[in-house]
Design a protein around this ligand. Structure first.
Ligand SMILES: *Cc1c(COP(=O)(O)O)cnc(C)c1O
Length: 224
């Protein structure tokens, strides 16, 4: 192993305030890297491809909490529903409904985050703030008893312009506060703000993040 996963992991953990949790983003990395992080105490891992996740879930320890962080097609939900701990990137009501259906089939309640599209890049998935508001105002989601909406997720623009990144995190935090009051005032589980990746997690923790998703800084560059 030419990447010192243990050292990198502890460095990142050392930068996080106690109340911020780390999702170690392990996509495209081999099991041995995850095992090293696991042996150092890391339990939350994030993956973005259903087949790769299935292979890792089968072979790695069962007390790992797997987060699905990528764009999830509705026809793939059934494969991860038996074991997924949190689906972070819910970007449509259709997907939310399918997760609810598959969770029910498995006798489970699956935690999800709603993914916001705030960054200026067109390639990013996610709900615009207006779409997210509309979806919540319609209220149909309240009948979905097998999903638990635990907060929001977003990616800031991939830029070196720190003020833009800060602005986007702040937009997401104000939006969180707005919908918390309007729709989730009685839902203590609605508390997560998943923002911050390798290049911007230190900014994110100063701008409202409760959960950072860090890959490259821990595991090194991904080999596709
Ligand atoms: C890959 C990925 C990450 C991790 O990115 P790094 O730059 O490697 O830290 C975080 N969030 C999402 C949604 C990702 O797809």
């Amino acid at each position: 192993m030419n990447v010192d996963v243990a050292k990198n992991l502890h460095e990142v953990l050392g930068n996080l305030p106690k109340e911020v949790r780390l999702v170690a983003i392990s996509k495209y990395h081999p099991n041995e890297y995850l095992e090293t992080a696991y042996n150092e105490g890391q339990r939350i891992f994030g993956e973005s491809h259903e087949q790769e996740l299935a292979q890792k879930q089968e072979t790695l320890p069962k007390d790992i909490e797997w987060h699905f962080i990528g764009h999830l097609q509705t026809n793939k939900v059934k494969y991860i529903a038996p074991y997924i701990s949190m689906i972070e990137a819910v970007d449509s009501y259709k997907l939310l409904k399918e997760i609810n259906k598959q969770a029910a089939k498995n006798g489970r309640i699956i935690k999800v985050l709603l993914e916001l599209h705030i960054a200026e890049e067109e390639t990013k998935y996610g709900l615009t703030l207006d779409d997210c508001r509309d979806m919540l105002e319609k209220g149909e989601w309240k009948d979905l008893g097998n999903v638990q909406i635990c907060g929001l997720m977003m990616m800031a623009s991939n830029t070196t312009e720190i003020s833009l990144i800060e602005k986007e995190f702040d937009t997401a935090t104000s939006f969180f506060d707005e919908i918390k009051v309007k729709f989730f005032a009685d839902a203590p589980e609605f508390k997560e703000r998943s923002w911050g990746m390798s290049h911007d997690y230190k900014i994110a923790i100063k701008h409202g993040s409760t959960m950072v998703r860090v890959g490259t800084t821990i595991f090194g560059p991904r080999v596709y």
